[in-house]
Design a protein around this ligand. Sequence first.
Ligand code: ZN
Length: 377
Amino acid sequence: MCDTFVALGSATIDGKVIFGKNSDRPYLEKQTIVYFPRKQYTDETVLKCTHISIPQVEETHAVLLSKPSWMWGAEMGANEKNVVIGNEAIFDTKEPLGPPSLIGMDLVRLALERSSTTIQAVHIICELLETYNQGGACAEDDPTLMYHNSFLIADSNEAWVLETAGKWWIAQQIKDGFRNISNSLSIRSEYTLAKEGIVDYVLDKDYCDNRGEFNFAKCFTKGFYQTPSRYSREGWGNYLLQLNSGNIGPKIMMEILRDHYGGICMHGAFRTTASQVSYLSRKNTIHWMTGSPHPCVSFFKPFVVPRQNQPIEIDIFSQRDNLNLLEKQAIIQELHSFEQELIQSIQNIIQTDNWLMKDIQTLTQEALKREYSLISA
Ligand SMILES: [Zn+2]
């Protein structure tokens, strides 16, 4: 499952870009917050992704990821160039999946490691998709869990929705307003870029009656496609963005990710395993990550993509393992009021315009320490 949101320009409280994602995954799958530094490679380096190996590039960017621990790829994350990406599973398309190859989470990490802007990320994912296709198990213990992917990519200037069906893809640029994706194809006729030959292909396959009626979601979705109603997660998520349009900042994005009415904070065999909210601005980007299940009982901690040579792994999932936080309301309340304080402190810090990365890193350490002491008490 999963829900990914973006609000830009007039939809946000200060004209910046706000990104949010809930990663909904199998109940027991551990997700950690990891940092990999920038790295140079020699010509012949081979990169082992989740199921296949591909040639490595000369240099990869530093990345901060929310990553299921068993796989190479990531559910969401950010790089040192202020690009953020989240993916979504797409089950319902007419196209077959390829044999084990790249999975959506590999494409998220590959694009973050290799791109400096959103448009570059779009091209990198599409080139990899056309070269290797997508396919292979997306869960450690369930080889039948396989899917196509959609992506929401954002930086401090704009966002892109990129949707795929097998090797076919389409992309839509978003310069202002808001947009969300939730496990179904959503780009219709209003696209910016598409794989060459896509209209001829859908006519040839009888996915669409005539050239003038090309509609990606309608053509590639199996069965009857209709605009999602407000009672679907996608429709409800869109309604929440609309309701808050003009006021969206990190706090409201966190509230949207905690919504239970529309099932955005997911509980059950598939549950929201980790969440991310990013405040994207050319000078003042801050990422808020939980690294733990259920945003309603989780604590968003502030991060910047660090500049250091050593990788980092933060495992909050295991620390919380023995504690049913749904029954520990006092701890949750304390963490949530600390989260509000942190949002305020960071707003004050970044308004000064001459803050240093270490000011935020001090708050990250304080937040992690506070969470650890409360959940291990
Ligand atoms: Zn919840």
